[in-house]
Design a protein around this ligand. Structure first.
Ligand code: SF4
Length: 433
C-alpha cells in the first residue's frame, strides 16, 4: 500500500482536513488559496457518444498522449497533498480506459473522495458499477439532458443513451451508491425544464448539478440560452431547492448564488425567513448525506482545478488556458502560486460590472464564459442580468459605459470581426497545438 502523502502546508486548512478521519469536510477546512475543493481529471477524450455540445470535442479513439496509469497514480498522490479534495474522473468516457477501477481504488486507498462521470453507454454495466463501488467510489455522476429519450438522445447524438443512463442510476442506487445528475441547460431544452424538475424527484439522487452552457468545444455561442432565460431557471432552481429531497447547484453560473442571496434577503425582509442569509455558502453547504459534500462558492481556478487528458492544468474544463502540466510542473505549486490561478481568486482583478459588484466575493461570474465570449477570463460575465448599484452610479457620472455598450464592444457577435482580445486568445490556442 502506498504511503499517504503528507499535506504540504503546515497548520493550513487542507492540513487540518487531511488530519481528520474520513467524512465530510468542514467549512473551516476550505481555504481556496491553499487547496481546491474539487479536482477533475479528463481521463481521456475518447467516448462513444457524439454530444452536440461536448466540451472535450470527444473522439472515438484514445489519444496516445494521455496520462499513463503510473502518471495518473502519481497525480492522485500529488492531489492528496492538498488534503482531501473531491476527485472526479471524467472524460470523454472514463470507461474507455481499462484502468478506471484500479485508479478509483488507488485514490480511495490514499484517502481521496473519488467520483466518476461515465457516459451513458453500454460500457457501464451493473457489474462495472459494483466493481467501482467495491473500489471505494463515493459517487456516480451521470448526464441527463432531457426528460424523455427523444430529447436526451437527440442532444447526446446516440439512440438508447437515455435508457442506459436511467438504468445506470437505478443500478447504482440498488448498490447503495450515491448518485448525481448533471443537466446542461441550453436553448434546446429550456421548455423541458419543468419536466426535468419532476424527473429528478423520481430518481432518488443526492445532487442535481444544473450546468449552464459555455460556448467551448463543440458548443456554439448561439446554443447558449439568453441571460433572461438563465435568470428564470435560477429562480426555479431556488424554489425547487426549498422542497426537493436532493441538493441543487449551478455549474458555470455562479450568479445563481447571487439569486439565492437576493431571494433570502427578500424573504427575511417580508418575514418568510427566520435565519440570516448565508453570506458565502448561499444556501449550499456540506449537507449531502453521502459525505461528498458541497463547497462555498467554487469558481474556475477558485476551489477548482482541472487536469486535461494530456496533463495540462486548467482552472476548469471550460477555461482551457494552461498554467502548467503535471509532467513538468508541481500541481500543488501551480494551483497555489501561478499568475493564472491567483488572478482568478482575486475579485479585485475582475473587470467591468463584476469588478464593482456587491456580490463579487460570492459570485464573480463565470470566468470560463467571459473567456469564451471575450478572450479575457477577467472580463465581466456577459450572461448576468444584474447591474450593480455602484456600476449604475458610475454610468450616471459618466465614469463607465452603459452595460449594453460595454459588452457590444467586447463580445463577439457572429458575422462581425471578433474583438482584439478574442483574436489574441484564439491565436494563442492555435499556437499551443
Ligand atoms: S455582475 Fe458579475 S459578480 Fe455581480 S452577480 Fe453578476 S456575474 Fe456575479
Amino acid at each position: 500500500m502506498p504511503p499517504i502523502p503528507a499535506p504540504d502546508a503546515p497548520a493550513s486548512a487542507p492540513a487540518r482536513a487531511a488530519a481528520r478521519p474520513a467524512g465530510p469536510p468542514h467549512l473551516r477546512d476550505v481555504d481556496f488559496n491553499e487547496a481546491p475543493f474539487l479536482v477533475i481529471w479528463e481521463t481521456t477524450q475518447a467516448c462513444d457518444l457524439a454530444c452536440q455540445h461536448c466540451r472535450a470535442d470527444a473522439q472515438q479513439q484514445r489519444d496516445a498522449g494521455e496520462l499513463s496509469t503510473a502518471e495518473a497514480k502519481r497525480m492522485l498522490e500529488d492531489v492528496r497533498r492538498f488534503g482531501r479534495p473531491l476527485f472526479v474522473l471524467t472524460g470523454g468516457d472514463p470507461l474507455k480506459r481499462p484502468d478506471g477501477v484500479e485508479l478509483v481504488e488507488h485514490g480511495s486507498r490514499i484517502g481521496l473522495r473519488m467520483a466518476m462521470t461515465p457516459s451513458g453507454t453500454p460500457l457501464m454495466t451493473p457489474a462495472v458499477i459494483r466493481q467501482l463501488a467495491d473500489a471505494g467510489l463515493s459517487r456516480l455522476a451521470v448526464s441527463l439532458d432531457g426528460s424523455t429519450a427523444a430529447i436526451h438522445d437527440a442532444f447526446r447524438g446516440v439512440a438508447g443513451s437515455y435508457d442506459w443512463t436511467v438504468r445506470m442510476i437505478r443500478a447504482a442506487r440498488e448498490l447503495g451508491l450515491s448518485t448525481q445528475i448533471n443537466t446542461t441547460v441550453a436553448r434546446h431544452n429550456l421548455d423541458d425544464f419543468e419536466n426535468l424538475c419532476a424527473l429528478m424527484q423520481e430518481l432518488g439522487i443526492a445532487l442535481w448539478s444544473v450546468f449552464f452552457l459555455v460556448p467551448t468545444g463543440r458548443a456554439r455561442a448561439e446554443d447558449v440560452a439568453s441571460p433572461e432565460a438563465f435568470e428564470r431557471v435560477f429562480q426555479r432552481m431556488y424554489d425547487l431547492a426549498k422542497t426537493a429531497p436532493f441538493d441543487i447547484k449551478s455549474t458555470a453560473a455562479p450568479q445563481y448564488r447571487r439569486v439565492v442571496l437576493q431571494r433570502q434577503v427578500e424573504e427575511r425582509r417580508t418575514g418568510a425567513r427566520a435565519e440570516a442569509p448565508l453570506p458565502l455558502t448561499a444556501g449550499v453547504g456540506f449537507s449531502v448525506a453521502d459525505g461528498v459534500g458541497r463547497a462555498k462558492g467554487v469558481n474556475d481556478g477558485d476551489g477548482f482545478l482541472f487536469v486535461s487528458h494530456t496533463g495540462e492544468l486548467y482552472p476548469s474544463g471550460f477555461l482551457p488556458v494552461s498554467a502548467g502540466n503535471v509532467r513538468t510542473h508541481d500541481l500543488v505549486d501551480v494551483y497555489r502560486h501561478s499568475e493564472l490561478f491567483t488572478s482568478l481568486r482575486d475579485p479585485d482583478r475582475l473587470k467591468g460590472k463584476c469588478g464593482v459588484c456587491e456580490y463579487r466575493e460570492v459570485c464573480g461570474g463565470s470566468r470560463a464564459r467571459a473567456y469564451a465570449l471575450t478572450g479575457d477570463y477577467l472580463e465581466a460575465e456577459p450572461f448576468c442580468t444584474h447591474v450593480p448599484k455602484k456600476y449604475q452610479r458610475m454610468v450616471e457620472r459618466g465614469e463607465a459605459e452603459p452595460v449594453e455598450e460595454y459588452f457590444a464592444r467586447r463580445l463577439w457577435q457572429p458575422g462581425t470581426p471578433p474583438p482584439a482580445p478574442l483574436v489574441r486568445a484564439v491565436k494563442a490556442r492555435l499556437l499551443q497545438r
